[in-house]
Design a protein around this ligand. Sequence first.
Ligand code: MG
Length: 383
Amino acid sequence: MKIECVRTYHLACKLPEPFAFSQWSYGERHAMLVEVIADGGASGWGECYGPAVVCQAAVAFYAPRLLGLDPLATEVVWHRLWQSSLDFARGGVMTAAISGIDIALWDLKGKVLGLPVVELIGGRFRDRVPCYATGMYFRDRPDDERIEQLTAEGRRYGDEGFEAMKIKVGRSIDFDLRLIAAMRDALPDVRLMADSNHAYDLPEAIRVGRALEEANFAWFEEPLAPDHYELYRQLHEKIDVPLAAGECEQTRHGFKRLLDCGGVDFVQPDIAYCGGISEALRIRAMASAAGVNVVPHAWGTMINLAAATHFLASTFVEPGRAEWPALPLEYDRTPNPLRDELFSERLVMEKGWAQVPQRPGLGVLVDPSVLKTHLLSTTELRA
Ligand code: MG
């Protein structure tokens, strides 16, 4: 079997209301999908996390190197691509491009062999994965109204069946401390996490971390900038709330640096950015050796969400215990037609749980007629 064609699709849609986090705001959503087609017609779909226009160019760089390779040889293809750009790209959008291609190859392999991806990567520990709702982004409102709106949003997720959810912090210390207390008051029994998207310096992170500890939050995500490994270690020594990080990290080499600092309790590779399913499996093995659990970051379409579902369904939870809860899937609840309307076959999400697909490959299918309505640009390279 040989790779015969590589296509890319840059998709975009405008959002009804912009929303913000600690770094910038979103008024539209973009996605960059990759389709790899083998001789014989089998095709697989992947997704890149990162600036779509640049990821599309990066996939175009790799496309001629893919033609003619065996699409089932995921390990060989990964390292061929890696080697072909190693001298100038050990990370960044080039690795996001490899990620999208790799996800497409796993989807293709599953379809050719008639097996869901979860069976190809070790089998299923579970048939469904608990989800946590990611939301509580900042809308343009006065602070009092904003806090009321965010707690109401959290209650709504609780009513929908979510037992865990993640808020955004990192606006200002005063606002963040008020929000943390208000969320805990509003949702006394819910597993809450907080994500600053690397908004704090060390003294601020210590202050907010102590408030999270007191409010019994389950983790403090990206308290510090991703390159400050030593500060993570220092923060970890000073507060007891578990620390999570890694959505800005890539490859086994990046995650080795993060794990070696000894300052994180959960690592969060994005499968559409860290190097794909192949590299996420290597990161999972390294994290396991460090006694750290992997909870993928997932922000995009249902392709990335499905990849994370298969990954989590096949993940052994460290340290191992009969009653140990499964690791949760990040389920972004902000409005996004590129996640919710683009697929004719979707992940089944019910009352805060994701069913692990039984269909071959990733188990999600893009609807070509919907794809056309969001398409900004497309490329195709054929043998
Ligand atoms: Mg995050």
